[in-house]
Design a protein around this ligand. Structure first.
Ligand SMILES: Nc1ncnc2c1ncn2[C@@H]1O[C@H](COP(=O)(O)OP(=O)(O)OP(=O)(O)O)[C@@H](O)[C@H]1O
Length: 289
């Protein structure tokens, strides 16, 4: 396991931000860390990266105790925090050089690693520009480049595409997927769920400071009912009736055998949005595995 988080707890005064958070991320896996505003996602990221000290719990990165040896653990991580964390007066290349140093990349390898990531994220022409002269989306790309430089074993990306245009978003998602395919473990937070479909991420759904569901998208969605939107042709109300059902085929067969004549049927399978809403409200999601 590249990342192992066990029993993390963190309080801010009366607010319990983390309430016994357990989470593993394996090599080659992209895990989408999702949940409502205030669920504790950023606090979890901040504890893992060493920015916030937890009240209790363990964090191990490739077996290294990240709370006892934060510098050793940090050298295995590429981090893109939610807030932009670049030096505004330094150039993109200088920022990347600092990030590469933090990531423990030896000076001899740094120039090549920087050139590669600049190229990958379409930043080569901006490399000599001070960050403060870049547009918002360009800064986002530079921040992501900082996380990716040198192919770290663990990528921690906290809403990395906020404010990015579709082209930037696509370039970044492709770069993240390539890292995972090459063996990196990726923890990725977003409120924009189609990104997680595109990344083929498994999900860790947080509620009130802990993970309440952790599985592949398919397994979690299979536990949710579909919506069957049916218009009947045989009297009664003219509008559509919405039937929530775990098994649309059986429900339709039951309607037919009850002699109902149907004018139209629309089967709407559960989406990731439905899943997050259901879990955020504390509904049980049946384990379909
Ligand atoms: N420095 C802080 N001081 C006090 N409370 C804090 C601090 N940081 C976070 N919190 C609280 O801890 C809880 C978890 O916040 P966190 O930012 O981790 O949530 P999140 O899941 O990342 O939310 P979002 O989706 O809005 O980014 C919230 O109730 C938040 O108000």
């Amino acid at each position: 396991m590249v990342l192992e988080v066990v029993g993390l707890r963190k309080r801010y005064g009366d607010v319990v931000a983390l309430d016994g958070l357990d989470l593993d991320v394996a090599a080659g896996e992209v895990v989408g860390l999702v949940g409502h505003n205030g669920a504790g996602k950023t606090t979890a990221m901040d504890v893992i990266t060493g920015l916030v000290v937890p009240d209790a719990g363990k964090v191990r990165v490739t077996g290294v105790d990240a709370l006892a040896a934060p510098r050793r653990a940090r050298a295995m991580m590429g981090v893109a925090a939610q807030e932009l964390q670049l030096y505004a007066t330094a150039t993109v290349r200088q920022n990347l050089s600092l990030c590469a140093g933090l990531a423990g990349i030896r000076a001899g390898r740094r120039a090549r690693a920087i050139t590669e990531v600049l190229d990958e994220l379409g930043l080569s022409e901006l490399a000599g520009r001070p960050v403060m002269t870049l547009s918002g989306g360009q800064r986002r790309r530079a921040q992501a480049a900082c996380a990716l430089v040198g192919d770290p074993a663990l990528l921690l990306l906290d809403e990395p595409t906020v404010g990015a245009d579709p082209q930037t978003r696509a370039a970044l998602l492709a770069a993240v997927r390539r890292r995972a395919d090459a063996g990196a473990a990726v923890l990725y937070t977003t409120h924009y769920l189609p990104e997680l479909v595109e990344l083929d991420a498994s999900l860790a759904v947080m509620r009130a400071g802990r993970v309440v569901a952790r599985d592949s998208q398919a397994a979690l969605l299979a536990g949710l009912p579909s919506r069957l939107v049916v218009r009947f042709a045989d009297g009664g109300a003219d509008g559509p009736r919405v039937i929530r059902t775990q098994d649309p085929g059986t429900t339709l067969a039951e309607l037919a055998s009850a002699g109902r004549r149907l004018r139209s049927i629309d089967v709407q399978h559960a989406t990731l949005d439905d899943l997050i809403v259901a879990l955020g409200q504390g509904e049980e999601v049946r384990d379909a595995a």
